[in-house]
Every structure is written in C-alpha cells, then in structure tokens.
Design a protein around this ligand. Structure first.
Ligand SMILES: Nc1ncnc2c1ncn2[C@@H]1O[C@H](COP(=O)(O)OP(=O)(O)O)[C@@H](O)[C@H]1O
Ligand SMILES: [Mg+2]
Length: 254
C-alpha cells in the first residue's frame, strides 16, 4: 500500500486542492483510497462537503482503529478528517516514545490500496512523521521567487528522514500557473533548471478551482472541463490534474 504525502511548509500553494483532487482521481480510477487530514484547519472534509471532525485525534490519541475513524466520502474514497484537536494530537505525539514512527504505526493496518496525507504548512513533528511513513512526496509550489526555496525546505526534511534510514522519492507540482504573466514562466523555467525531471507539468490558475470547495465538490465534480483539470494551450494540452494523475499512477505502480 503506497503512502503519498503532499507537503510544502508554505500555505496557500494548492496542497489541499491537490490532495483532494488526486485522492478523488485515484478513487474514480478504482483505487480504494484513504485521504488523511493532518492540518488542524480541517479543510479536507470541508472541500468534500463533509463536517470537520477529530478523526486524526481519535486515531492517534484514542488509538481507535482506522475503520472506526474513517468516513466514506465518495465511492472508493474514505477520509480521516481533522479539526483543531489535531493540534492536541500533535502535542501528544511530541511527548510520546516514538514520535517519528507515529504515523507509520497508525496506518499499518489500513486496508486501502493507497493513502494520501495532506500536511499543514509547517515543519513540525507531523511533517517528519508523515515523511517517515511515506513512499513518495508531492510538493505543490506556486511559481514565485521563493518557490525554489520552499521546495528546498521539504528536501531538507527528506534528508533528515534519510539519515534515519528512510528514503523516499519526490515530485514537484507547479501550481497557479498563469501563462499571461512572464514571472510565472520565468519561475517555472528556473524550477525545471534546478530540479529537472522531478518537476511535473504545471496546474493552471483557474477561478473554478477556487470556487469548488464552497460547493463541497471535488474538481472532477465541479469543473471537469476546466483548464485546471484538462491542462491548457492547444492540443496536445500541457499540464492539468489529468496529467498529474497519469504521472502519479506510474509512480504508484512502481
Ligand atoms: N489552480 C488553482 N487556481 C486557482 N485557485 C486555486 C488553485 N488551487 C488552489 N486554489 C485556491 O487557493 C487557495 C489555497 O489553496 P489550498 O489548496 O488550500 O492550499 P494549501 O493547502 O497549500 O494551503 C484555496 O482557496 C484554493 O481553492
Ligand atoms: Mg491545506
């Protein structure tokens, strides 16, 4: 069962949008998928039209089994929701015996075909513990001057985790791509120059993507024909979550 973490210590770069979109995308493709919210903001549940809840807290602190805390969200898709009690769970993890192994242990008995972890924008114990549990990290990043810097921060925590004997692969997903702004194109080129084939085709900035959570719908439900999903430009189109999905399936099948 592959575990994939969506990470970037910067907020508002499209982590939660990406987590919900690929989790639902995998579910639609037939994978039995578990999406876990590790952010006290609890936006995963909200984005899918479900109430926030202390799912993660109950999993970690009360040690309830996954089947009791996971909530069916769509066909093939279950979520473990978060809320402000995730913050409490984090404090409990810090003083526990094996903080770095917490998530690995908690997910050991998951009976899903793939698990996606959506992180909060911080470099804390949950961040490291999630990386320790994961096989792959997907790093969404905005295309702005500090983008390379943000990606490097995640790579630094991956190096930390590697020192503990756990190696994992990574990809960078440029988000909020705006073809009409020269800055975006310059930053995309700079990312590709630095991280080469690790950079996946970008996701367009699209107002539809911003609207979807308010309706409690995933992008596949709310705007399947928009550029954020299908990509942009003339045929063949570039980027979009459709192309993210095909890259991801390759990685997950390895
Ligand atoms: N491709 C996109 N185009 C336009 N708005 C987007 C896009 N992706 C995400 N958003 C919006 O940007 C905001 C931040 O995205 P979010 O996924 O919550 O980021 P993070 O989880 O990194 O904080 C949300 O309001 C979201 O709906
Ligand atoms: Mg988020």
């Amino acid at each position: 069962m592959p575990i994939l973490t969506i990470a970037n210590q910067k907020g508002g770069v499209g982590k939660t949008t990406t987590a919900v979109t690929i989790a639902h995308g995998l579910a639609i493709a037939g994978w039995k998928t578990l999406l876990v919210d590790l952010d006290p903001q609890g936006h995963i549940a909200f984005s899918l039209g479900l109430p926030k809840g202390p799912g993660f807290y109950r999993l970690i602190v009360d040690e309830e089994p996954i089947e009791k805390v996971a909530i069916p969200a769509r066909s093939n898709l279950e979520i473990i929701p978060g809320d402000k009690r995730t913050e409490k769970a984090k404090r409990a993890i810090v003083v526990s015996n094996f903080p770095m192994e917490t998530i690995t242990r908690a997910l050991k008995h998951a009976e899903h075909e793939v698990v996606i972890l959506d992180l909060a924008p911080s470099l804390d114990v949950l961040h490291v513990s999630a990386l320790m549990a994961s096989d792959w990290v997907l790093i969404p990043t905005k295309l702005e001057a500090m983008a390379v810097d943000g990606v490097n921060e995640v790579l630094r925590s991956m190096a930390e985790v590697a020192e503990r004997g756990h190696r994992l692969g990574y990809s960078i997903l440029p988000t909020f791509f705006d073809r009409t702004t020269r800055e975006t194109v310059v930053q995309l080129n700079s990312l590709v120059e630095t991280f080469k084939e690790h950079v996946w085709p970008p996701i367009a900035q699209d107002t539809k993507a911003r609207e979807a959570p308010a309706y409690g719908k995933s992008l596949w439900e709310y705007c399947p024909h928009s550029s954020v999903i299908t990509g942009f430009g003339e045929e063949p189109k570039i980027g979009g979550y459709v192309s993210t999905m095909s890259r991801l399936m390759e990685v997950l099948s390895e």
